[in-house]
Design a protein around this ligand. Structure first.
Ligand code: SAH
Length: 190
């Protein structure tokens, strides 16, 4: 898909180098399942992907995509808000992806929101293993999206370093606010 340097694609290119077979990872917003598929490919059969979505429609897309690639075995699909991720995940997590906004082609009123996204990020950071990374693709283009993006960026931008290192990737020659990538890395204890 063009351009190759889009925020969501870039998150995969960066995480690919960091995720190892056997690790536990989270897709906080399953959507159409592209991130879940990518994560399941990285952790392989000996690893585990927890994928959350509040919509059955999104989980159905994701289930179908994973099944088509024979990768359902290492994937747990959870119909619940990512705010409650620690009810389902207790072990240390090596990576997580948040792809915010609404389900493409779905109900545009069902969107991620600043307060729940921040609450979930806090929970996810508690679970993150040293050296672990969280990728957040924010979408400032839809109503409410700009405020959510600003809140997420302000929160992550104020995290203490060490242990948190926060990076951003944004296309700047875009007329409307473009989606962009924020990445949080937790210092490795070495
Ligand atoms: N904007 C992206 C796709 C995002 S899909 C793109 O254009 O490619 C975002 C998904 O998050 C949707 O399927 C939606 O149902 C889900 N979602 C919204 N609020 C959520 C929550 N609190 N917990 C988990 N998933 C949520």
């Amino acid at each position: 898909m063009y351009p190759h340097l889009k925020a969501a694609e870039l998150s995969h290119a960066l995480l690919e180098k960091l995720i190892r077979p056997g690790q536990t990872v989270i897709d906080a917003t399953a959507g159409k399942g592209h991130d879940t598929l990518f994560l399941a490919q990285q952790v392989q059969k000996e690893g585990k992907v927890y994928a959350f979505d509040v919509q059955e429609e999104a989980l159905a897309y994701t289930r179908q995509l994973l099944a088509a690639h024979g990768l359902l075995e290492q994937t747990e699909l959870i119909r619940d808000s990512h705010v409650f991720l620690r009810r389902y995940v207790q072990e240390p997590v090596s990576a997580a992806i948040y792809n915010l906004g609404y389900l493409p082609g779905g109900d545009k009123k069902i969107i991620t929101a600043a307060d729940t996204t921040l609450a979930s990020l806090r929970e996810c950071m508690e679970l993150l293993a040293p050296g672990g990374v969280i990728a957040v693709v924010v979408y400032p283009g839809h109503p409410g999206g700009e405020q959510e993006a600003a809140c997420v960026e302000a929160y992550l931008g104020n995290l203490a370093a060490p242990p948190w290192y926060v990076f951003s990737w944004k296309r700047v020659n875009h007329k409307v606010p473009a989606p962009y990538l924020l990445m949080v890395e937790k210092q490795n204890c070495r």
